[in-house]
Design a protein around this ligand. Structure first.
Ligand SMILES: NC(=O)c1ccc[n+]([C@@H]2O[C@H](COP(=O)([O-])OP(=O)(O)OC[C@H]3O[C@@H](n4cnc5c(N)ncnc54)[C@H](O)[C@@H]3O)[C@@H](O)[C@H]2O)c1
Length: 337
């Protein structure tokens, strides 16, 4: 690494990778996009226009062989994460891996084992909600005890629509995966059991949608998550937290209240890229700062592994209609602060 800049290879230049390239090239301090790794020529060319000095490669191995890279930001689809994570770890590079860490528990375990061969954790997982100002304020409220103990969380996660390639189990592995990270983080306890229910189907959907996911936490907190992926109207992520002496709500649309033509309203987000823009900025900046010091500053690969375990239980609960228990997880010493 140079004294001034963390040289980042961004792997995968789709929606998230391009968003991160733009962020690294324009807003992030102490980092530069040194390489773009993307097999699709037209996507690589479009991303390259945002970071014209970056080298362009089709495969991660080419970027690593070429050198001049201190860190890797992985924004390929989940099934391709491990194939980038393992060589990046082998090269001892800092990693920010978009969620999920890996699509299966077995792959996540393989990544953990590879990382534990290094002196310290190098992988941060892109569960960016922890960096959202409102989520952070809610987490502080829980920790402070000012409203008493946390009792319940009501979460809603609504997407306007999803691609044709999105399948029913992805409601858990791709969408609710965010709540599988952030709910235990808010509640301060692991997930003990999961249940998934579906009722009347949105006629815009090819599969059960919306669904209700009930998370039982090891400290007795219950969290219900509404996942809707054909909500149509916009992108909305809200959480209502019920405490012993009060209720707190985050994620409501904010901005000018506009009255016109007999209506009063507030604009809603249409995509996570705007809803969580500030959270992504903070996430990437804190990762860069930590990577320059040789560490991470956010969800670890251990968190990614725990989410993979909960995700597998969630998919089983969805498939069988049963309540599925999640075995308690004890972090290896390597991942304890
Ligand atoms: N944190 C969030 O809020 C959030 C939101 C959306 C997506 N994601 C995650 O970001 C990742 C990417 O999602 P997306 O929506 O941008 O996907 P996408 O399909 O838009 O883009 C993925 C890109 O990766 C490229 N790719 C595939 N295999 C590759 C490989 N081996 N090497 C290099 N490039 C490769 C593809 O050609 C494509 O351009 C996924 O892990 C997804 O879960 C996170």
């Amino acid at each position: 690494m140079t004294d001034e800049q963390l040289r980042v290879a961004v792997v995968g230049a789709g929606i998230m990778g391009t968003d991160h390239i733009e962020r690294l090239a324009t807003r992030t301090k102490g980092a530069m996009v040194a390489a773009i790794v993307e097999p699709d020529g037209s996507r690589a060319a479009a991303a390259s226009a945002l970071a014209p000095d970056a080298a362009v490669h089709a495969r991660i191995e080419e970027a690593l062989d070429a050198g001049g890279v201190d860190a890797v930001l992985i924004a390929t689809p989940g099934p391709f994460h491990k194939a980038v994570l393992l060589p990046a770890l082998e090269a001892g590079l800092a990693v920010l891996c978009e969620k999920p860490l890996a699509p299966t528990v077995e792959e996540a375990l393989e990544v953990l084992e590879a990382e534990q061969r290094l002196p310290a954790p190098r992988i941060q997982v892109g569960f960016m909600r922890r960096f959202d100002a409102e989520y952070a304020a809610l987490e502080s409220l829980v920790r402070s005890g000012d409203a008493g103990e946390l009792l319940l969380l009501h979460c809603a996660h609504r997407n306007p629509s999803v691609a044709d390639t999105y399948t029913e189990s992805m409601t858990i592995t791709d969408s609710v995966v965010h709540e599988l990270d952030v709910v235990p983080w808010l509640a301060g306890a692991g997930i003990g059991a999961i249940e998934v229910r579906a009722g009347r189907r949105n006629r815009a959907s090819r599969f059960a949608d919306p669904q209700l996911v009930l998370l039982e936490l090891e400290n007795g907190v219950l969290a219900d998550v509404e996942i809707s992926v054909n909500a149509g109207f916009g992108y909305q992520v809200t959480t209502e937290a019920v405490f012993e002496r009060g209720v707190a709500e985050i994620g409501r649309a904010a901005g000018p209240i506009r009255a016109q033509d007999g209506r009063v309203g507030v604009a809603e987000h249409r995509s996570y890229t705007t809803r969580f823009a500030a959270a992504y900025d903070t996430e990437v900046q804190r990762w860069v700062d930590a990577a320059r010091r040789g560490g991470i500053d956010g969800p670890s690969a251990w968190d990614g592994y725990r989410v993979a375990v909960a995700s597998a239980a969630g998919v089983e609960a969805q498939r069988t209609g049963r309540r599925v228990e999640v075995a308690p997880q004890q972090a290896p010493a390597f991942y304890r602060p």
